[in-house]
Design a protein around this ligand. Sequence first.
Ligand SMILES: [Zn+2]
Ligand SMILES: [Zn+2]
Length: 199
Amino acid sequence: MEPRRLPLPPLGANCYLLPNGPQGLVIDPGGTPEAVLSACQRLGFQPAAILLTHGHFDHVGGVAGVLERWPELPVYCHPGDVGDDPGDFTWQKRPAWKPLEEGQTLALAGLELKILHTPGHSPGSCCFLLEDCLFTGDTLFRFSVGRSDLPGGDAGQLAASLTRLAALPGDYRVFPGHDGPTTLDQEREHNPYLQTLPV
Ligand SMILES: [Zn+2]
Ligand SMILES: [Zn+2]
C-alpha cells in the first residue's frame, strides 16, 4: 500500500490518500477540499472513511467540504479532540462522527488499521498503524516532534507517547502530519527529541 501525500494550504499539513482498488481512505483533509476531491478522482477511488489524527484546523478544515460531496462518509476522530473548540464543526452534532479508541482495530476499505491514542500535542491525538506504515499526525515529525504548548497540549503526555512510538517493535515507514516522510529507525537514531526521552 502506497500512501499518497497531499500537502494542503494554509499551513501545508499533509493529507494522505490511501487508495485500495475502487475504495480507499482519507487521512487529515485540511484546507481546500477541492484538492482532496480531485485527487480522489485522479486516483480513481471513492473514500470509505475519513480518519483524523487530531482536531486542529489545519488537519480537519476540509472535512465539511468532503462531506458535502459524500454526506454519508464516517469521520473517525478521538473524543479528546471533539468539542466546541478549536475552529471545529461541533462534531457531536454530526451523525458522521465515529470515536477512535486506544487499541482499536478498524477494517475499512479492505485495509486494517490499528489505533494508538498518543496524547500530548492535543488530548485526542492518535497515530495509525497500517501494514508497514505509521501515520503520526503532529506527534512525531522527521527529526522533530509536535508542540505541546498549544491549548490542551501536555509535555509529559507527549514524552510518554513518543516513548511508546519509539518502543514499537521493528521499523515502520513514518508519515507525519507536516513535512516529508521518514522511518522509525531513522528517528530512533537521529531525532534529538527521542534521544532525551525518559526510559
Ligand atoms: Zn496539530
Ligand atoms: Zn498540524
